[in-house]
Write a protein that binds this ligand. Structure first.
Ligand code: ADP
Length: 727
């Protein structure tokens, strides 16, 4: 990818509008401009001063020379000579006007030269002449003045023409010139000492040429400054580019790195600070790349380890779990073989229980005691160990021969820890010396931790499975025994029911005969019965009927148990049934002075069901109520609700404790079951009644409170065609 063309480069963040390059160039240019400007201004000032100085010196020197040379001409007032001299002076550059006068200031000779346009010169010359004429009579010493004549700036110099002149020494001359430059007139010397003043010369010199020169110099200076600035900008441009291009490259590379491309490097072109920066940048990137690589490897390893852990712990049986552990460990560490030894509970030694790769028989069979060889050391110290060359490091191991036979050189062995003890050792091996490193050791240790858990779980599972098997066998045996016992019981029960049915039947026949004959005797069929015998006969009849009742109950029970209690459906009138029951018990109630009350809802429909059985139920309930009640009365109530008869028999008897209310419906259950109980009975009546109501599809229950009487209630579907829950 071309630098700067990648997606990150396109999306480069712009910290500001003005780039570093522009800023650097602008500041360097400003600096150059300032320095160049100040320097030019200074040099121009200097140049101007030098020029001015030179010009003044030249003007004075020309004037003095002329004064000296014109001595003779002035003395003789020879105009020709003077003109000749003036002509000579006018040849000098910048000389505009020359005047030579006598001591009284009278003009002896004059001359001028055209500088610039003729009109301007004329005006300038006129003005110059005025100045010169005004000064002509008073020139006693050399002087220099500045004027503006017309459009021109001029230096106006004057010098006296003297005879028998004592020429001033060179230093005096220079002093005079310097003082003039400072704008001071040099002290005039006494006339006697300097000689007699004969006249004066004056020169007016245009500054135009000098100014043109200064202007030229200025232009050249400005041009040069500009050229320097331009050069400076150009150099700074190149220099900044030179500095910034590696920085830019670094920024680009950093963007690419941020986007995930860690292979980016910056070219190191120099050995200066920038080069150092680039080098450091490259080092940083490589270290980043290395770290990321390491991180990726670690993540991949952790993921693999996790997967392996899941796989191993999913194994519930020990053998397959061990096999899986060695295979995965060998694969994970790219080893040639892997061995897993576990503690032998009986001997206390460690033996190889599983291995992968090729392992010679001799090695697979070794039994290791703690402290012996590599495995023994791992067991004894409970710490992982790494061997780079077994033959060198374990020269005195008892297993050296077996290990050498297997060609093993490098080994990593880690303990399998469970419940605070070493239960085994997991080792991977290679034929290459120095094959494993610290990372491998850590990896195998992590795997061993998972493996130890898996092994413990598998062992526990094995135990549980064994217990379960034992338990199952026991349950099977017990079930078998129980089934046999049940079978025997069933047979016994059948025999009992059969016996009871037979017995009842066998008892009923003679009893009926006894009752029949008793009745015949009481009816005096066999002649008049004496009062004493009649009394006995009445008792025989009563006891016989009671016995018949008992036998009938037992017969019903055996029928229930044999599932032979059935409904013989027919239409009936519940009102008639109640009437029959009342008729049967009236005498008993009267005997105990109990009120017997009956409430029957009007318009009761005719019912369909087993009339005889329903009568039996009601007789039992009303009979019990009378039997257990000593005072008060019994109330029979019949109503209709939800397509069923609701019958209740309430008494004012002793009541039944809540704990007994369910039980009294079971066979042979009596609240007072002592042999000395005042009331007779078998405890079968309610059980039979419950069964009869249930096969009619109804329900029977009691509501009672001790000391407050009891109310037995049952529901009875109005029309019952088939018995419910036929069994
Ligand atoms: P039996 O009356 O032959 O003992 P039952 O099955 O008819 O057998 O009654 C079982 C028991 O229920 C009785 O022994 C008695 O303890 C109790 N029981 C039945 N009806 C009443 C009642 N109306 N008041 C008090 N207790 C009763």
């Amino acid at each position: 990818m071309a630098p700067g063309k990648g997606p990150m480069a396109r999306g480069n963040r712009q910290p500001g509008k003005v780039s570093l390059k522009v800023k650097a160039i602008a500041s360097i240019s400003l600096l150059i401009l300032a320095v160049g400007g100040i320097l030019s201004w200074y040099f121009l000032g200097q140049t101007k001063e030098v020029f001015t100085d030179e010009l003044q010196k030249r003007a004075l020197s020309l004037t003095r020379n002329l004064a000296h040379n014109s001595k003779y001409g002035v003395l003789t007032e020879d105009e020709v000579i003077l003109r000749e001299l003036i002509h000579g002076i006018l040849q000098e550059e910048g000389v505009l006007y020359v005047l030579i006068a006598d001591a009284a200031g009278k003009e002896l000779a004059q001359g001028f030269k055209e500088i610039g346009a003729p009109a301007a010169t004329k005006q300038a010359v006129a003005r110059a002449r005025e100045h010169a004429s005004a000064l002509a009579g008073q020139v006693t010493a050399s002087s220099i003045h500045y004027h503006v004549v017309g459009t021109q700036e001029v230096y106006h110099t004057a010098a006296p023409v003297e005879t028998a002149v004592t020429t001033p020494s060179r230093t005096e001359e220079q002093l005079g010139a310097a003082m003039l430059l400072l704008g001071k007139e040099p002290e005039p010397e006494p006339t006697a000492a300097r000689g007699a003043r004969r006249g004066s010369v004056q020169i007016i010199m245009s500054l135009g040429t000098m100014q043109a020169t200064i202007r030229r110099t200025l232009v050249t200076g400005v041009g040069l400054t500009l050229a320097i600035i331009l050069l400076g900008v150009l150099i700074s441009f190149v220099f900044v580019g030179y500095i910034l291009s590696p920085l830019r490259a670094m920024a680009r590379a950093a963007s690419q790195i941020a986007a995930g491309d860690l292979s980016q490097r910056v070219e190191v072109t120099t050995r200066d600070e920038i080069g150092l920066l680039a080098m450091t940048f490259n080092e940083m990137t490589s270290s980043l790349e290395q770290n990321e690589g390491a991180l990726r490897r670690k993540v991949a390893e952790t993921a693999t380890l996790y997967e392996i852990g899941q796989e191993i712990t999913a194994q519930v049986a020990l053998k397959p779990a061990l096999k899986l552990i060695v295979e995965r460990a060998q694969g994970l560490l790219e080893a040639e073989s892997c061995l897993l030894s576990l503690r032998q509970e009986d001997t206390g030694t460690f033996g190889i229980q599983a291995y992968s790769g090729t392992v010679p028989e001799a090695l697979a069979r070794v039994q290791v005691r703690p402290g012996e060889g590599l495995t023994g050391r791992v067991i004894a110290t409970a710490t992982p160990m790494m061997v780079n060359d077994y033959a060198k490091e374990y020269r005195d191991s008892p297993f050296l021969a077996a290990v050498q036979e297997a060609g093993i050189r490098s080994v990593v062995a880690v303990p399998l820890n469970a419940r605070g003890a070493v239960i085994g050792v997991l080792a991977v091996t290679s034929r290459v010396p120095n094959k494993f490193n610290e990372e491998d050791r850590q990896l195998l240790s992590a795997l061993a931790d998972q493996a130890a858990i898996a092994i413990e779980n598998a062992k526990l599972y094995e135990q549980v499975r064994q217990y379960a098997e034992e338990l199952e066998a026991k349950v099977k045996a017990r079930t078998q025994e129980l089934q046999e016992a049940n079978l025997r019981l069933e047979v016994a029960s059948r025999h009992k029911s059969q016996f009871l049915a037979n017995m009842s039947h066998e008892l009923r026949t003679p009893l009926n005969a006894i009752l029949g004959y008793t009745e015949l005797i009481l009816d005096s069929i066999y002649g008049a019965v004496p009062e004493k015998i009649r009394d006995v006969m009445v008792r025989v009849d009563k006891s016989g009927r009671h016995l018949l009742g008992l036998i009938n109950d037992v017969l019903d029970l055996s029928k229930i148990e044999a599932g032979q209690l059935t409904v013989a459906p027919a239409d009936y009138s519940l009102k008639d049934i109640i009437q029959t029951v009342v008729t049967a018990v009236e005498a008993l109630a009267a005997e105990k002075k109990l009120a017997l009350k009956v409430s029957i809802a009007p318009d009761l429909p005719r019912g369909r069901g087993d009339e005889r059985r329903i009568t039996q139920v009601l007789l039992n309930l009303v009979g019990n109520a009378i039997k257990f009640t000593e005072a008060g009365g019994v109330h029979i109530e019949v109503s209709l609700a939800d397509g069923a008869f609701l019958v209740s028999v309430a008494d004012t008897g002793p009541g039944i404790a809540p704990a007994d209310q369910e039980k009294i419906f079971e066979e042979f259950h009596q609240v007072d079951s002592s042999s000395t109980r005042p009331k007779g009975g078998t405890g079968l009546g309610l059980a039979i009644a419950k069964r009869i109501i249930e096969i009619h599809g109804g329900r029977i229950w009691v509501e009672s409170e001790l000391g407050k009487g009891s109310t037995f209630r049952f529901t009875l579907p109005v029309r019952v065609e088939h018995q419910a829950g036929a069994a």
